[in-house]
Design a protein around this ligand. Structure first.
Ligand code: DP6
Length: 336
């Protein structure tokens, strides 16, 4: 039993997870595909199991976390404890290298770093499948962040979730020229959390069934676009899939609206950029919030960054590449 510190990064889905068949275990109705980001944006987490603790302690960015957040952390720790045969409670400190209110989702990087650090601190030599299963218990999308490069979350069919985890489609080095330019349009927290939003869509959207039905073929097309580095197909599928998710959100009761006027302006700007270039060279995707992730290649990244910065209401842009997944940090980098 020792102290362990890991760093992990967020991932952005190009085929999205929206809807749970089991909300305790975070089991999705459909598989998803994502790109894990490089360390421009990251979370560092230290875990230590200790006989002196009577409950799990979780501190986020230097502050004791809220009970709900600590409960999610304990769910990941419980899964690790069960697998490792450990009974001790743990101290968990976690820090993002970006402000939590920056509008960048930190739960995927946070729970991926937690899964890796906890398994390591418990003395396990966990496989990437096990780490993905642990991370999923904290947040569904986190199961993809334990995988570097391009990942597919297999939805699985078992009731216990043992076959619902992420695998690598291709490493980050497969498509080195790919860039993600993030445009922050709103730094606030989202009004409706993903969990509730997903419930409203599953129970209230008639379009949702059609979305789920076409997912297996979309996932095949997306993986083939990635494997053949077919940029126009990758970007077109990514944009259409983002809009499809936001369409079923709007079709929910009450309607869920995460996009704002600035997001819509970004969508227009990307389409007119592509028209001017005479090819599909950029493509947006939006998660459960108004901030855009615009995929493009190295060749166009600076132009896209300038174009996005010039849009009124865009507060900040961040450009990153695909990253290689979580890594263990040295003892001197521990948070306590
Ligand atoms: C829109 O993973 O945040 O980003 O499992 O309830 O923690 P929980 O949900 P979460 O949902 C992410 C939804 C999404 C799409 C995606 O990342 O696939």
């Amino acid at each position: 039993m020792s102290k362990s510190t890991w760093l992990a990064t967020p991932n952005i889905a190009v085929v999205k997870y929206w809807g749970k068949r089991d909300s305790e275990l975070n089991l999705p109705y459909n598989g998803s595909v994502s790109v894990t980001m490089d360390e421009t944006v990251s979370t560092r987490t230290t875990v230590e199991f200790s006989p002196s603790l009577s409950r799990d302690i979780f501190s986020l960015n230097g502050k004791t976390a809220k009970p709900g957040e600590t409960m999610r952390v304990s769910r990941v720790l419980d899964a690790v404890r069960r697998a490792a045969g450990v009974r001790l409670r743990a101290r968990v400190y976690s820090e993002n290298n970006f402000p939590t209110a920056a509008g960048i989702a930190s739960s995927a990087s946070g729970f991926a770093a937690l899964a890796c650090a906890a398994a390591d601190a418990a003395g396990m030599k966990a496989s990437s499948k096990q780490l993905s299963l642990f991370a999923r218990m904290g947040s569904g999308s986190a199961c993809r962040s334990v995988i570097g490069g391009f990942a597919e979350w297999k939805k699985g069919s078992r009731a216990d979730g043992s076959d619902s985890y992420a695998v690598q489609v291709a490493p980050a080095s497969h498509w080195p020229h790919l860039r993600n330019v993030i445009a922050i349009t709103d730094a606030g927290r989202k009004l409706i959390g993903s969990d509730l939003g997903m419930q409203l869509t599953v129970s209230g959207s008639a379009l949702y069934q059609q979305r789920v039905k076409k997912m297996p073929s979309l996932i095949r097309e997306m993986k083939s676009a990635i494997l053949s580095r077919d940029l126009p197909s990758f970007l077109t599928l990514t944009m259409k899939e983002s809009s499809n998710m936001h369409a079923v959100m709007l079709d929910s009761t009450p309607p869920i609206m995460y996009l704002n006027d600035i997001s819509r302006e970004i969508m227009r700007a990307v389409h007119s950029f592509n028209e001017q270039e005479g090819e599909t060279a950029a493509g947006y995707t939006f998660d459960a919030g108004p901030n855009a992730h615009v995929y493009t290649t190295e060749k166009h990244a600076r132009k896209i960054e300038r174009m996005l910065s010039d849009i009124e209401g865009v507060k900040k842009t961040i450009a990153c590449r695909a990253g290689s997944g979580p890594r263990r940090l040295k003892e001197k980098d521990a948070l306590f």
